[in-house]
Structure formats: structure tokens, C-alpha cells
Design a protein around this ligand. Structure first.
Ligand code: K7E
Ligand code: CUA
Length: 767
């Protein structure tokens, strides 16, 4: 017969009294609104963004981290921060830039032999399959130091950084072609290509831009520089890019903002750049047939510049690779429609947004109907003949994103601080909403893919004056969430972003992301390969050869093996640590103070700390993640012996503190704990726990922990037989610790089952 245990009763009683207490203490909605001075609109906005405790967001956003050189991950609609991903900048929590493996990734981003430990990240791009986000990879550019990084969304880690060997800076990246064959990176400020010098007097002749098409190998998850190429372009100061899709697949578009080719010199009395770069009424959009350029590259017709294949301007012009079209003055943003039939460009100094028609452009190109040639011999198409519509959307329009509803778009309007919703097919404005303040990019859910999802829009505002609690002259950035599901846009939430100036964000339906929770044991997470230093429990060792010391160690709740490491002053030390855990979220850290060492070793991962022990002394090391009740005891000593020191300085004297009575007491405790474990196991196995994958994982973990207790138990009993009460007591203590870990996980699993309505399947066996 099944009886409700007294323990269950007391838990039930606790829950009941909690309910009653809530009912008594809670205010009504009206009272809360009054006390907090909230309007009905506010409450509706709150309800639209609120995700209850334990709930999930519908979309996951990847935001550029601006000058932080990182990527910020947050959920939509809750705007809750989920992660920072270290990309161009060391990120201590993830050990990124602190373990030898990630240092190798950051080293790929060195320029001219110099470490570049930050990045000006602007545009993240998600990998696409057939123009639709597939959730596999994320790419992001560094504007200041022309680089592209590859982040694998299996573990949200940066795997590769490539440096553009042609450019000194860029802006039109990262944008992917519809099957992620190429990642586009366009130049910004013109320079001589290939990192060369040329005097400014040769600006028109020697200074250039280049649109680079980095080949991406999806199987390897890496960019292949040897299979990548660039198209040389005039010194027009290229800005943003976008890849054509569907109708315009095989083409890409890049705008420019200083086709005047003006060079300032304010200090010598010349009018500044800003004046000279806005003389003309129009700038020039670059239209590039990258498929044709790829063919020329494969035929060996590209020339090599600093190791990169480049299609020169004259070849590009002759072979129908490169065309120009006048576009609104000082544009910022070129956005291809989901069907690829329209290209929308906004001029910062024009209140109109221009809609170009791909059909018209393609017709002009096919008929070789050119208005003129630019000074470099590039065919220029007639503006009016390429245009579909010009629409007045407000002062200082910048970027455009697409809605789920065909023909509907949203444009950020910088000077007017607003988002304008409009119909580009018919050319009419539908709605506007103020944002706070001076919006740069904006982003709709999957809004730059072939299948925009509508629903929400994020406005990335440059200025946050008066929006948040003041924190000094450097204000946070402001991301505003806007509901776009109805005919009228509604601002729902202001999120301060305190980590650099994010420029662009992309958001993907959360269900498309399938990140892993653990690594295969011994994985070098930065390369994705099995680490040559992977170490299994039981094979930990310290190997020396001359002045080099390799420590092969393991981490598991709650100890680091080895616990004493002895080296000589001046030794080069490698500490390779493998986390033996299979349980979710059981990350261990590792630091050696004063040596700038900090690792993050997630379950299954192998990471290496590398340093020269150049100062003798005693250096405690420890785990930096609060991983378990005995976390503080997850410690050890690095003994750096002074020159000329003797070996036994790291030896310990054994004391004999414990007697038989201590041992017996410890064993008694172990026996009592085992009873608790048995009852928890009884509860779990009598329920349908196998229907709960999370609990299955916990049960595996608990079983592991209990199996670990077997060895210490045997050692304790052997020592007791030999009447070595000191070691018998200590090993019995270790046996107990594994039991505690087992019970801890078991109780968590039990609570989860209770809270999630697990059903009784068998009657627990009577003990
Ligand atoms: Cu894509 Cu800031 Cu509009 Cu760069 S952005 S500047
Ligand atoms: Cu491992 Cu704390």
C-alpha cells in the first residue's frame, strides 16, 4: 500500500501556506498600477514582454557589441540578456583569450605582427540556407581592423578570425549570400590596396576600395581565404552591402558616400571631409555580379594583391561584373527585399528613401543600356530608369527592414528620431512612431532573410539622454522593442545596453537554435577537435622535460587533480585540464593568481593554461565557478621553488588527528545518507522520470557521483582494516562527499518531477 510520507506532507504543507501568504500579501492589479503610477498602456506593454520565471523567449537576438569587440545575445520579447560572446576581445569569464586554445584564435586576428585586442563590431549576420536563417553560424565584422569572425552556434564560441589583407578598414560586412557560400566584406575609407603606401596626391590613381567575398566552407565551419576573392572598386568610400536573393541571386549591392573622392585637410585651411563629401546630389551604388567574378577568379584571371585574389576594375568593367547607379546623397543602408526584386537605399541628407527595381536594373544591364561611364570606365546606369519609387519617410533616413506582410517595410529615421512604416510597392507611408533618440539601425525578426517573421522590431538608438538612471557622461545605448503586429506600432520596452555601441542586431526564431550542453570528453572547444591533451580521471600526471612542465589534470566536483604542482623558478608551465563532468552547467574554472591565468572548462572540455613561472613563491590555485557545496575546497598549490631550492620543500608532514571513534562516526553518517539517497531513488524510479530528459540527465549524473563513492569507500575500509584511522576517516569523508553530491542532484530531480506533474508508475519497493 502507498502511503504519503511525512516529508511529502511537510512539502505540501509548505506550498499551501505559501499560496495563502501570496493571496494575503498580493495587491490587485489596480493597486499595483496606482502604486507604481502605470497606465493601462504600460501594463499591456509589460504583459507583452513579460516571460514568466522559467519561460523562454520566442526569438534570440545577436547584437553587435560595438567597441567591446563582442557579441551580445538577448531574448525577444523579454529583452533579457543571455550571453556575451568573446570575439575580437578577451572575455575572462569564458576564458577567451586566457587559455592557449583561444589565444590561438585571437592570434589569427593579429595585424602586422601586432595583437589587436579589441574590435569595432558593426554587423552580425546569421548563416542562411536558401535565403532563410538556419541557426548554424554567426559572422561579424570589425570595422576598424578589417576582420571577419566566425562563431559556431553549436556552442556560441568564436572559431576563426580572418584579416583582410587588402584593406585598412571596412564597413560593408558581414553579409552572407543566400546559401552562405560567401561572406561579403566591403571597404570603407579608401587606401592603397594590400597595405601599401601611396601619397594623397595619387588618391584617384592609387587609392581603392574592394568588396571581398570570403568563401565559407560549411562542413568545416571555416572561411577559406585561398578560395576567396575580391572585386576592386574606385575610391568612393563604400558603405554598406547586401547580397541579392531569389530574383537577384548571384549579385550584390554596395553603396558609397563620398563618390566626390574628396580629401580634406582642415588643418591646412581646406574645407573638411564633411563638406567635400556632400557636394554632389547623388552618390553611387555599386552593383556587382559576384557569380561572374567568381567565374573569372576560378579561370585564374584575378591578380594577387598581398596574397588575395583581386578582380581589377578594368576587368570587372569589361566583363560585366561591376556597374554603378546614382543613389541618394550620402546613403547609409542598402537593403534587398525578401523576393530580391527591390533594393531600398536611404540618403542621410535626403528625406526620401529610394526604391530601386531589380527588373529595371537587370533590363538595362542586359541591353547594355548605359547612361555614361565613370572615370574608371565602369558603366553607369540611368537613375530614373532604375528607380521604382522615391518616398518621403522623414529627415535622415538610414536603414530599412522588411515585414512579414509583403511590400511593408520599416525605415529608421535618424534626424527625426522615428521609425517610419511604409509600403514600398505603392510608395505610401503607413505609420510613424517616435524613438529615443537618433536611431541607427533597426531590425525586424529575421527581417533581412527571405522569410521575415514580423511581430517585433528593435530600434537601436544612438542617444539615450533622459531614458535611464544617470551613470556619468558615457550613457548606455538604448534598444527599444516595438510591437509591429498591428497597424499601429507600439513601443514596448527600453533596454539599456552598457557594452559598447551596438550597430546592428539580427534575431532568429529560438526554435532554430540547437546548441549543445556538453562537449565530447576532451574537446578543444576553440578548434572543435579532440585535444591532444585530453586527460581521463585516473591518468592525471605531471611530465617534465628540461625546463618545460606539462600538467595533465582533471576537474570534477569538487577537486582539481593534481592538488600540488611543484615547478622550478623559470619553468615554462602548461596546465591542461579536462572537465570530467557530464552534467549540464557543471563548469569549473581555474585560476593561478598573479599569473594572469583564468580558464573556463565546461563539461567535457579540455583547456590549457600556459605561463612562465618566473617568480618563486607559493601560488594557491582554485576553481572560479561556484560549482558545488565544496566549491571553496576545489583548490591546490602551485609551488614555484626558488633557484637552488631543494625538492622536499613541497613535501608535507603527515599528522595523525583522527582515531577509531572518528572513523565510526563518519561511517554512521555515510549509512544515514545512503538511506536518504535510497528513498530519493525510490521516488524517482517509481515515477515516469524517463519522460523528462532533464531528469534523465540528472539521474545519470547522480549515478556517476554515487559510483565515484565506491573507490573511497573501499580505501576507507582497507585503511580501517590496517587500523590507519587517519586515512580511514579521511577516505570515509570523501565517500560521504560523493554521497552528498548524489543526494543534492537527486533532490533536485525529485523537486523537478514534483513541480512538473510526474506520474506514479510503480509502487516503490518496501525497504
Ligand atoms: Cu551599419 Cu552604425 Cu548604420 Cu556602421 S552602421 S556606422
Ligand atoms: Cu569547480 Cu568550483
Amino acid at each position: 500500500m502507498r502511503k504519503t510520507s511525512p516529508k511529502t506532507l511537510s512539502i505540501l504543507g509548505g506550498a499551501l501556506s505559501l499560496c495563502l501568504a501570496t493571496a494575503v500579501a498580493a495587491d490587485t492589479l489596480q493597486e499595483v498600477m496606482k502604486a507604481r503610477n502605470l497606465t493601462e498602456q504600460n501594463v499591456i506593454a509589460a504583459a507583452k514582454t513579460y516571460v514568466p520565471s522559467g519561460g523562454r523567449d520566442e526569438f534570440v537576438a545577436f547584437s553587435s557589441g560595438g567597441q567591446s569587440g563582442q557579441v551580445i545575445v538577448y531574448g525577444i520579447p523579454s529583452m533579457r540578456l543571455l550571453k556575451y560572446i568573446g570575439v575580437f576581445t578577451p572575455e575572462p569569464w569564458q576564458g577567451y583569450g586566457f587559455d592557449a586554445e583561444s589565444k590561438a584564435v585571437l592570434d589569427e586576428g593579429r595585424i602586422d605582427g601586432r595583437d589587436i585586442t579589441w574590435g569595432d563590431t558593426h554587423h552580425p549576420a546569421l548563416s542562411e540556407t536558401d535565403g532563410v536563417y538556419d541557426g548554424q553560424f554567426l559572422f561579424i565584422n570589425d570595422k576598424s581592423n578589417p576582420r571577419i569572425a566566425v562563431i559556431d552556434l553549436k556552442d556560441f564560441e568564436t572559431k576563426q578570425i580572418v584579416v583582410n589583407p587588402l584593406l585598412r578598414n571596412e564597413h560593408g560586412g558581414a553579409f552572407v549570400t543566400p546559401n552562405t557560400d560567401y561572406i561579403i566584406e566591403g571597404s570603407q575609407y579608401p587606401t592603397p590596396l594590400g597595405h601599401e603606401f601611396a601619397p594623397l596626391s595619387d588618391f584617384n590613381e592609387k587609392y581603392r576600395g574592394a568588396i571581398t567575398y570570403w568563401k565559407f566552407n560549411r562542413e568545416k565551419g571555416r572561411i577559406e581565404p585561398e578560395n576567396s576573392f575580391a572585386v576592386e572598386v574606385p575610391p568612393y568610400s563604400q558603405d554598406l552591402s547586401d547580397a541579392g536573393k531569389v530574383a537577384s541571386d548571384g549579385w550584390s549591392f554596395t553603396n558609397s558616400f563620398c563618390s566626390e573622392r574628396y580629401v580634406g585637410g582642415i588643418e591646412s585651411g581646406r574645407p573638411p571631409f564633411e563638406a567635400g563629401c556632400s557636394q554632389k546630389d547623388t552618390d553611387l551604388m555599386h552593383v556587382i555580379n559576384w557569380r561572374k567574378a567568381e567565374q573569372l577568379f576560378k579561370e585564374g584571371k584575378a591578380k594577387k594583391v598581398n596574397g588575395m585574389a583581386v578582380i581589377p576594375i578594368d576587368l570587372a568593367a569589361k566583363e560585366g561584373v561591376l556597374f554603378l547607379i546614382p543613389e541618394p546623397k550620402s546613403p547609409h543602408g542598402v537593403d534587398v527585399s525578401p523576393d530580391g526584386k527591390y533594393i531600398i537605399v536611404s540618403g542621410k541628407l535626403d528625406s526620401h528613401t529610394w526604391v530601386f527595381s531589380w527588373d529595371k536594373i537587370k533590363g538595362l544591364i542586359d541591353r547594355k543600356e548605359y547612361a555614361e561611364k565613370d572615370p574608371y570606365g565602369i558603366p553607369v546606369l540611368d537613375m530614373q530608369k532604375s528607380l521604382h519609387k522615391q518616398v518621403e519617410v522623414g529627415l535622415g533616413p538610414l536603414h530599412t527592414q522588411y515585414d512579414k506582410t509583403p511590400c511593408v517595410v520599416y525605415t529608421s529615421v535618424y534626424v527625426d528620431s522615428q521609425v517610419t512604416k511604409w509600403n514600398y510597392c505603392e510608395g505610401k507611408v503607413l505609420d510613424t512612431v517616435p524613438v529615443h533618440y537618433n536611431i541607427g539601425h533597426l531590425m525586424t525578426m529575421e527581417g533581412d532573410s527571405r522569410e521575415p517573421q514580423g511581430k517585433y522590431l528593435v530600434a537601436m538608438n544612438k542617444l539615450a539622454i533622459d531614458r535611464f538612471n544617470p551613470v556619468g557622461p558615457l550613457h548606455p545605448q538604448s534598444h527599444q522593442l516595438i510591437d509591429i503586429s498591428g497597424p499601429k506600432m507600439q513601443v514596448l520596452y527600453d533596454m539599456p545596453v552598457p557594452l559598447g555601441e551596438p550597430h546592428y542586431v539580427v534575431a532568429i526564431r529560438a526554435s532554430k537554435l540547437k546548441p549543445e550542453v556538453r562537449y565530447k570528453i576532451g574537446t578543444d572547444s576553440r578548434s572543435g577537435e579532440q585535444s591532444p591533451y585530453a586527460t581521463r580521471a585516473g591518468s592525471e600526471r605531471i611530465e617534465r622535460s628540461g625546463k618545460t612542465v606539462h600538467v595533465y589534470g582533471t576537474l570534477i566536483r569538487s577537486h582539481i587533480t593534481p592538488e600540488i604542482i611543484e615547478v622550478n623558478e623559470g619553468d615554462e608551465v602548461f596546465v591542461h585540464l579536462t572537465n570530467q563532468e557530464r552534467a549540464q552547467d557543471q563548469t569549473h574554472g581555474f585560476t593561478v593568481g598573479s599569473y594572469n591565468v583564468n580558464l573556463s572548462v565546461e563539461p567535457g572540455k579540455t583547456a590549457t593554461a600556459h605561463f612562465v613561472a618566473d617568480k618563486s613563491g607559493v601560488y594557491p590555485y582554485y576553481c572560479t565557478e561556484f560549482c558545488s557545496a565544496l566549491h571553496l575546497e576545489m583548490e591546490g598549490y602551485l609551488m614555484v621553488l626558488p633557484k637552488g631550492g631543494t625538492k622536499d620543500q613541497a613535501k608535507m608532514k603527515e599528522g595523525a588527528t583522527y582515531a577509531k571513534a572518528d572513523y565510526d562516526k563518519q561511517v554512521e553518517q555515510c549509512t544515514a545518507t545512503q538511506k536518504v539517497i535510497d528513498s530519493v531513488v525510490g521516488f524517482i524510479t517509481s515515477h515516469n522520470y524517463k519522460d523528462f530528459p532533464l531528469v534523465v540527465g540528472m539521474v545519470e549524473d547522480a549515478t556517476d557521483q554515487l559510483n565515484f563513492a565506491v573507490g573511497p569507500k573501499k580505501k576507507a575500509e582497507d585503511a580501517a582494516t590496517a587500523q590507519d584511522w587517519q586515512n580511514a576517516t579521511l577516505w570515509a569523508q570523501q565517500w560521504f562527499l560523493y554521497q552528498v553530491k548524489t543526494a543534492d542532484i537527486g533532490l533536485r530531480a525529485k523537486a523537478y518531477l514534483e513541480q512538473n506533474g510526474a506520474k506514479l508508475v510503480t509502487v516503490p519497493a518496501k525497504k
